[in-house]
Design a protein around this ligand. Sequence first.
Ligand code: 3PG
Length: 311
Amino acid sequence: LDINIELPSVKSETAKRVKIGIYFATWWALNVVFNIYNKKVLNAFPYPWLTSTLSLAAGSLMMLISWASRVAHPPKTDLQFWKSLLPVAVAHTIGHVAATVSMSKVAVSFTHIIKSGEPAFTVLVSRFLLGDTFPMPVYMSLIPIIGGCALAAVTELNFNMIGFMGAMISNVAFVFRNIFSKKGMNGQSVSGMNYYACLSMLSLLLLTPFAIAVEGPQVWAAGWQKAVSQIGPNFVWWVAAQSIFYHLYNQVSYMSLDQISPLTFSVGNTMKRISVIVSSIIIFHTPIQPVNALGAAIAILGTFIYSQAKV
Ligand code: 3PG
């Protein structure tokens, strides 16, 4: 009888782990492809405000088509839902554009090394703005995270202040986005996939006027011509790839956030950064010094210590 009772729960636990494993692997793979095409596009066409807007536009369009064709069921939303989504969308927009501006100025690996410091920002924001307290080991884990990021930053061969600050702003914004999202998703019947779709649409509305004000159609038209003359007509496919893969990796990450705690999510996110850092260094032949790599390794190790300390 025991066996009969235990088997289904063991089975469903294993099935859940397999499902989350598949989500994580898909999330990381899609993210690596996004990062490569995003940087290829930014190298030829350094207009991050437009490319960030296009990523959100592609996602919004894909989801509207999925809803219209009933590939996905449209969510039932009310005014209250959109109101509670607004702060999430503001944080998502700021975090997204800041990360893209960063990647337009520095190596992809550098942006992601700084972004691996995100757990430190989670602790600082929760402690000083939300009044949460943590056990001592959590605070101690911030030393390698912050120290490692600092070491990587000061030894970065192509350091650039805008690139550094963009990644830091993105860290702060995404901490708020993740805290608000998890709260918002818990109280709603909207699935992770549809929640992210609505988030993209609202962020697109917020970002478009700023993108036009900061860069604008004239700059884009001239830049586009230049990029096409350098790369050829295939350039448009690079832009399409960065936009579509941006949506896909975020959609999968929100589908997993639906199933796991924000803490497991942030550990998964750090492991994702390792694959991005390694693959982008290989693909873009990014020059790195041993001490620079040491800083990155210490920061990432600090994130793992943080996740253990926080359990
Ligand atoms: C973006 O453009 O939003 C960033 O590249 C995403 O950063 P993430 O790796 O934290 O999702």
